[in-house]
Design a protein around this ligand. Structure first.
Ligand code: UGA
Length: 428
């Protein structure tokens, strides 16, 4: 099929490259001409394992191209995906203007029977609203609108697409349903569960899934704190409850609080939808609050271990999780400014996210490797679960430091191994 992807951001690029891998001819459109020029040279603006290779492969195969001019590609497309940003408003509700603009500006260009597929995460009812706008802008009702939310994790997005747990295909009419079926035929043939539903359900599924996953993390973080107070090892508890198939072990790893471009934003939007429809989502409201409190409580804990102004702390990991350079809502963005404000000397390291972090946090020094960051540090804090940190030589780390405290918010080491180097190991 001929596909146009509007928005060459993280979701658009990954989905576009994966649809090309499924055999479709995809044009990724972005209004940033410089970005398009770079993409044509296979220069990818984000760090996502395997993406650059997949893009190069399909630029060469001729199935993937980039454009800053949607008109020609859109006029031939069977499906036009909208994968543009949906920024948060002050009350957590999302801003739909990019989605609406993309849909209405394309509307007159589409061929009859084309399907506009909303990929961006949007609130229930958006596909129906976009359908009305598209029909109005066209003056005819001969194109269709579908909802096809994504469930990609940064760092494993390609596998999450090609080996998805499920595909959610929201359509309110036969034509949209058929186009989605054809688009995903190769994955359906592989046996990937395919949920054919209406657009409103598809939109709800996306938010409910992210809210539920975030709840699992928020819950295990609270259990971890209780274990610490009452005596107990949260990893053993997570294993013990996770084997119950109704619960499942995934997303029960405690940490410094969830971050990223999705969970914080989507839980806020979910709570805002609840308020808007008069059905407050009290559990999710509490989760959002507890997750923020967790990050600042960690900063306080670090300061108490530091024990005074002017002392040195090394922050290992500023990305919101490993294998990404994304720092949006990462614990480091809350914790580093609080430490700096309290007079600590902060040296940070991250294998990929330095540049992004420096756009948000100033006043920290940066090191090229974790040992250099730890040099003369009173306290070393691990915030991101990079393999590079899990594989650190603890003797070398202990020698670099002047103090003795390692605060590991990702539980990367056996406590005995750290203690054997004469270090105090504060894990979760
Ligand atoms: C998340 C969802 O996992 C995807 O299914 C969804 O498609 C995506 O949001 C989205 O809506 O676009 P992502 O934000 O890339 O994906 O990252 P996750 O791997 O889910 O991690 C989110 C945060 O939770 C990170 O800060 C991570 O460190 C934290 N986390 C995750 C934990 O603290 N413990 C866990 O057990 C798992």
């Amino acid at each position: 099929m001929d596909v146009v992807m509007i928005g060459a951001g993280y979701v658009g690029l990954t989905t576009g490259a994966c649809l090309a891998e499924l055999g479709h001819r995809v044009t990724c459109v972005d209004n940033d001409a410089l970005k398009v020029a770079r993409l044509r040279r296979a220069e990818i603006p984000i760090y996502e394992p395997g993406l650059s290779e997949l893009i190069s492969k399909h630029v060469e195969s001729g199935r993937l191209s980039f454009s800053d001019e949607p008109a020609l590609a859109a006029s031939k497309a069977d499906a036009v995906f909208i994968a543009v940003g949906t920024p948060s408003g002050p009350d957590g509700d999302i801003e739909l203007s990019y989605v609406k603009n993309a849909a209405t500006s394309l509307a007159p260009l589409l061929k009859p029977e084309a399907v506009v597929v909303i990929k961006s995460t949007v609130v229930a009812g958006t596909a129906q609203m976009v359908r009305r706008l598209v029909h109005e802008a066209r003056g005819r009702s001969d194109v269709y609108v579908a909802s096809n939310p994504e469930f990609l994790r940064e760092g494993s997005a390609i596998r999450d697409f090609l080996e998805a747990d499920r595909i959610v295909a929201g359509a309110d009419d036969a034509r949209a349903a058929k186009v989605l079926e054809q688009l995903y035929a190769p994955l359906r043939e592989k046996g990937i569960p395919y949920i054919a539903t209406n657009t409103t359900n598809a939109e709800m599924i996306k938010y409910a899934a992210n809210a539920f996953l975030a709840l699992k993390i928020g819950f295990i973080n609270e259990v971890a704190d209780l274990c610490e107070a009452a005596g107990g090892d949260v990893a053993a508890v997570a294993d013990g409850i996770g084997l119950d198939r109704r619960i499942g072990r995934a997303f029960l790893n405690p940490g410094p609080g969830f971050g990223g471009s999705c969970f914080p934003k989507d839980t806020r939007a979910f709570a805002a939808i609840g308020r808007r429809f008069g059905q407050p989502q009290a559990i999710v409201e509490t989760l959002i609050d507890r997750n923020e409190v967790r990050k600042s409580a960690l900063a306080k804990r670090i300061l108490s271990e530091l024990g005074g102004k002017g002392r040195r702390v090394a922050i290992l990991g500023t990305a919101f999780k490993a294998n990404t350079d994304d720092v949006r809502d990462s614990a480091a963005l809350t914790i580093m400014p609080l430490l700096l404000k309290a007079g600590a000397k902060v040296t940070a390291h991250d294998p990929k996210a330095r540049h992004e972090t420096e756009r948000h946090v100033s006043g920290a020094a940066w090191a090229d490797c974790p040992y250099e960051a730890a040099r003369d540090a009173d306290v070393v804090v691990i915030l991101t679960e990079w393999d590079e940190y899990a594989g650190m030589d603890l003797d070398r780390l202990a020698k670099s430091m002047s103090g003795r405290v390692v605060i590991d918010c990702r539980n990367l080491f056996e406590p005995e191994a750290v203690a054997a180097r004469g270090l105090k190991y504060v894990s979760i």
